[in-house]
Design a protein around this ligand. Structure first.
Ligand code: UT7
Length: 348
């Protein structure tokens, strides 16, 4: 059986920088509030019409493919993680396949929000291990800026999120003890509604407090009604404190699970690359695990929370900065909507 390794990693962030002060033009917020609660100083927003979730993913993918010393034509499977797809359907995977001129290969879109990349990596790892594929492109990309409420009503959510993309190419390796050592995936739907975008959707408002007025007809209807647009219920909802409380428990737990599985301890970690949810969450996790500052990578200060893109952007940037060397033990971990969470332990 093969092991899989990350043969190449790349990222792309749009050039438009929005500082916290820039956001005060749209909503009642302050640089001080945002930095104190989240650590974020600025984030990037895609060009509204020229850039898409797919186009950003392609930019990241080109770099990852080149660094993996392969070509788009040689990619044999695509896994695309996003919560902000170009279309409700089909997913971004086929759009990327088309735009990059790839063969008629499988393209899988996954919807696991902040833990999307870790889930995608785990799926790719299984396909490589069984020998089914040999050159898998895994991407996480988000264009949040198109679907956030930039009025004061939406400030608790909109100040946190940013746009960008990251990608990795997974290939088999026969080097013992190298590559992805293990991945660990979890979910608990009990709090599914605590971090969610309810509409467009087919729930009909079932189970939701603010059940909207639906068109009075026997069949059909609308995914989004004018009322939802007016009252803001078509924007993402987040119970920030509930997410925070769960995240600070589940991050250390799932990292501990990965270490235990490989008979390792936190002291063995060379670099922890956590999903960039909130700098306070990462600092809490660091403290719980007793890791030194140089063992944890954070770049949320520059990019905000880019959901499925955050882990691959951070991993790519850490690699570019020389923070990851051959033989290092790298731990990826993520937690987000669902709730879903996961980790991956990699011997680089
Ligand atoms: O990737 C996973 C996704 N999400 C997360 O990881 C998020 C986890 N949660 C968090 O990061 C934090 O809960 C937040 C940063 C989202 C919010 O921080 P908080 O300390 O939980 O604040 P809060 O929501 O309890 O709000 C405190 C106050 C409220 O005012 P009152 O009711 O005390 O008068 C809010 O209206 O802060 C107000 N507020 C703001 N003020 C200025 C909320 N958003 C803003 C804002 N600017 N952007």
């Amino acid at each position: 059986m093969f092991q899989s390794k990350i043969a190449g990693i790349g990222h792309y962030v749009p050039k438009n920088v929005y500082t916290n002060n820039d956001l005060t033009r749209f909503m009642d917020t302050t640089d001080e509030w945002i930095q104190e609660r989240t650590g974020i100083k600025e984030r990037r927003y895609a060009d509204r019409l020229e850039e898409t979730t797919t186009s950003m993913a392609i930019e990241a993918a080109k770099i990852a493919i080149e660094r993996a010393k392969t070509t788009a034509k040689d990619i044999d499977f695509i896994i695309f993680a996003t919560l902000s797809p170009d279309y409700y359907f089909p997913g971004c995977g086929v759009l990327l396949q088309r735009e990059m001129g790839m063969g008629e290969i499988g393209a899988l879109d996954i919807r696991n929000q902040c833990s999307g990349f870790v889930y995608a990596l785990s799926i790719a790892d299984q396909f490589i291990k069984t020998g089914m594929y040999k050159n898998i492109l895994v991407v996480g990309s988000e264009k949040h800026s198109f679907a956030l409420d930039f009025s004061t009503r939406g400030r608790a959510v909109s100040v946190i999120f940013g746009d960008g993309a990251g990608a990795a190419v997974l290939q088999p390796t026969t080097e013992t003890g190298k590559g992805i050592l293990s991945t660990h995936l979890h979910s608990d739907g009990a709090d599914a509604e605590k971090l969610a975008m309810y509409y467009p959707g087919a729930s009909g408002g079932k189970g939701l407090e603010n059940r909207p007025e639906w068109p009075d007809q026997e069949l059909g209807g609308m995914f989004v009604t004018p009322k939802m647009l007016e009252d803001g219920s078509a924007f993402p909802y987040m119970d920030g404190q509930a997410v925070f409380k769960k995240a600070v428990v589940k991050f250390p737990e799932v990292i501990g699970e990965a270490l235990a599985k490989n008979e390792l301890t936190p002291a063995d970690i060379d670099l922890l690359v956590p999903h960039q949810a909130n700098l306070r969450i990462s600092q809490f996790v660091q403290k719980t695990l007793g890791l030194a500052d140089d063992k944890v990578f954070n770049n949320i200060q520059k990019y905000g929370n880019t959901t499925a893109a955050s882990v691959p952007i951070a991993l790519s940037e850490a690699w570019e900065e020389g923070r990851i060397k051959e033989g290092d033990l790298v731990c990826l971990a993520a937690f987000g909507a669902g709730f879903t969470w996961g980790s991956a332990l990699i011997r680089w």
